[in-house]
Design a protein around this ligand. Structure first.
Ligand code: 13P
Length: 250
């Protein structure tokens, strides 16, 4: 059986001291509780290398929250996929709703990011999800289809075989304490599974994650949803005990 994936997206939080302490506590918790899942953390970029330094035994995987859509060159403030590869960063998030909706990223630039990452053998966690308005007007499937269609345009064009992971995060569930009902989740993940099957031209297996208000209390039931292979966690990943409790309960 393949490993479950537990990913922690720290977003724009913490400082050098708290980030190292959080990573150390997570590493300790994994060892102490004999956790066998694939654990990935996504700290702010400026702390990536300090955290890599305390993870020499590679107990956890480390990912970047963002990457430039462009190759190296005159692009002030950007970090390229080549630089991530050079720093031995294994994963990168693409398409998180905060980047789509607050920082105005669109499917086109997200596809470029996916291409740069795959050219550099960095695994992609591609986030999709509908807003509250789209959810309320029953446009969830329409939106997910559009997001997946554009992702697969990029994946199918690339000759690389570098497994992508898709994280379904309903925007209205992020940081709100709200989660879809079991019935809604089963319906939506069924739809994502079938849509991926329809668009995916390669033999790559694509794992699906759920994200949005995951907690130690709801993690187990969320993981019971068919086709869900793991969780993408925001707020609860900033508290080592909660994050480890989630890893332990599933
Ligand atoms: P919360 O777990 O805080 O709802 O955040 C989810 C998320 O955005 C992870 O990428």
């Amino acid at each position: 059986m393949s490993k479950k994936i537990i990913a922690g997206n720290w977003k724009q939080n913490g400082n050098i001291k708290s980030s190292i302490k959080l990573a150390q506590d997570i590493i300790l918790g994994i060892k102490k509780n004999n956790i066998k899942h694939e654990v990935i953390i996504f700290p702010p970029s400026i702390y990536l290398l300090s955290i890599k330094n305390i993870n020499k035994k590679e107990i956890i995987n480390i990912g970047s929250q963002n990457v430039s859509a462009y190759n190296d060159g005159a692009l002030t403030g950007e970090i390229s996929a080549t630089m991530l590869k050079d720093s031995k960063i294994q994963y990168c998030l693409v398409g998180h709703s905060e980047r789509r909706h607050i920082l105005d990223e669109n499917n086109l630039s997200l596809c470029e990011k996916v291409s740069r990452l795959r050219e550099n053998n960095i695994k992609v966690i591609y986030c999709i999800g509908e807003t509250l308005k789209e959810y309320k007007t029953k446009r969830t499937k329409y939106i997910l289809n559009k997001q997946l269609q554009s992702l697969f345009k990029s994946l199918n064009n690339s000759k690389r075989s570098n497994k992508a992971i898709i994280a379904y995060e309903p925007v209205w569930a992020i940081g709100t304490g709200l989660i879809p009902s079991a019935k809604e989740l089963s319906n939506t993940f069924g739809y994502i599974h079938n849509t991926v099957k329809r668009y995916n031209e390669s033999n790559e297996s694509i794992k699906l994650l759920y994200g949005g208000s995951v907690s130690p209390e709801n993690a187990q039931s969320l993981m019971k949803t068919q086709y869900v292979s793991g969780l993408l966690i925001g707020g609860a990943s900033l508290i080592a005990k909660k994050f480890i409790d989630i890893c332990s309960t599933i």
